[in-house]
Structures are given as C-alpha cells and as structure tokens.
Design a protein around this ligand. Structure first.
Ligand SMILES: [Fe+2]
Length: 263
C-alpha cells in the first residue's frame, strides 16, 4: 500500500496515526495486512435450492470460476444464485395450485398466453438460463464437428458466417434479451434474437424453432467484467461454447422433431 505522510499523518487499514513532528512530505510503503489481501469467498452452486415447487434448480455443471477468464466467477455466482434462483422461485409461485404445475417447462412455453407477463418472464427466464448454463463448459470453445458442423456449413456457409450472425444478433439486441441457434422442423438451422426473457418456443413472438444454443445478453450476464463492452463478452462466449452439448441437442431435435428437455 502506498500512502503519503504529510505533517506526520499516516493512514493505514484500520488505523489512523497522527504526529506533529514531521513537517516534510514523504512517501512511505506499508504492507497490506494479510486479512485484507484475501480473495472473495464464493458459494457452491449445489447449495442453491429453490423454494418448494414443480421446478428445481438444475445443478450448474461446473463451478462458478470454471469459465474464467472468459466469464468471471463473481458474475456467474450472482447470475446463478440470485437471478436464476429468482426466476425459478417466481415460476413456481406462478404455477402453484394450477394445472400448469403438472406440465413440463417446454409445454408451458409452447402453450403460453403472452398476456400472462409473470409466467412469460419467469418461465422464459427459467428455461433460457438452464439452456445457457448447458451451452457452456470450461473445456468449451473451438468449432463444432460431425453432423452439426456439416449442418452449420450447409445453412450458414461456414462456421465463421454462423459466428458472425450470432455475434451481430447478440450485439444489436436493444436492451435485454437473448441470441439463439435454433433448428426448425425441417432441420434448418438459423440464428434469431428475442427480447427480455422471450424464447423461440413461445407462440407468436415473431421467431420460432427449437433452441440448441443460448446466449444471454442481459447486462447482468457481463457488466461486472465487461461493463458496456458487450461485444467483448460475446467474443468471450465463443471460447466457452460446449459444442458437444449443442451437438447432442441438435441430434435430439432432429430425432424427436419436438422441443427436447434440458439436461
Ligand atoms: Fe441472465
């Protein structure tokens, strides 16, 4: 710690020392106390439990710090244990005691009344974030392979063309929202964007398809680390994409031709 001693005033952590003897301005070095120079303690994702209800917190498949340096641990902790938990609890409260409590999240979304704003926001928030967590891995990044790679080349021209489309969609989304890679019932891949917590499974929102990759562009997903530089966050996201998980969802969607359950 570098501090100034003027008229003998020395300010340390937790201490204020004053002396009138020294009239000179001098610069002194004071070591930082060990109890201050410690890292922020992170919680454990598996300790985050939703209120009793239909929908549970699907465990984060990695630690909060697993995606560093691309996505920082503090952002992941707040995002999962505060924001995502909030959506889950509000969704449970919204469906409690109604026939919706017996439906899957995909069934709720595909039959959603858009005027039901509470359900729209929180069912969307629950589904979207679960897919977002599953879209990333500490061993992610690189490019897809196999059938998914061939499909991306077929429908976008190249991996870089796909990357450019997803990047542009994410960066141009005004305010809060999401960018998606989706597959339609004919097997065609496309990139779409949605506002707030809407997603392509919802009826009549202007885009459609089964999501196989989700990118959260709400400020809460990146602001601590990247501030206003959303484009840097989007670039970092490509370094943690779990292409194995995306490929499995692609295969499942082709086989079922219906929205597949998040796992
Ligand atoms: Fe989010």
């Amino acid at each position: 710690m570098k501090i100034l001693s003027n008229l003998g005033i020395v300010v340390g952590v937790g201490a204020l020392l004053i002396s009138c003897n020294d009239k000179n301005l001098t610069e002194v070095q004071v070591p930082l106390p060990e109890d201050v120079a410690t890292s922020v303690q992170m919680g454990n994702p598996s300790d985050v439990i939703a209120n009793e209800g239909t929908f549970k917190m699907i465990p984060l498949p990695y630690s909060y710090g697993a995606l560093e340096p691309h996505i920082d641990a503090r952002t992941m902790e707040i995002h999962f244990s505060k924001h995502h938990l909030g959506y889950t609890n509000k969704l449970n409260a919204a469906v409690a005691g109604t026939p919706l409590a017996k439906l899957t999240i995909e069934e709720i979304l595909t039959s959603l009344d858009l005027e039901n704003k509470t359900l729209r926001n929180n069912a969307g928030g629950y589904y979207n974030h679960n897919l977002f967590w599953a879209s990333m891995s500490s061993k992610g990044g690189g490019e897809p392979s196999g059938a998914l790679s061939a499909a991306i080349i077929k429908h976008f021209g190249s991996y870089n063309d796909f990357k450019n489309q997803l990047t542009e969609t994410a960066n141009k989304q005004f305010g809060s929202g999401w960018a998606w890679l989706v597959i339609d019932k004919t097997g065609k891949l496309s990139v779409v964007g949605t506002a707030n917590q809407d997603n392509p499974l919802m009826p009549n929102i202007g885009v459609s398809g089964t999501p196989i990759l989700a990118l959260d562009v709400w400020e809460h997903a990146y602001y601590l680390q990247y501030q206003n530089k959303r484009n840097n966050y989007v670039e970092a996201f490509f370094k943690v994409i779990n292409w194995n998980a995306v490929a499995k969802r692609y295969d499942d969607a082709l086989a079922k031709e219906i929205p597949n359950t998040i796992q």
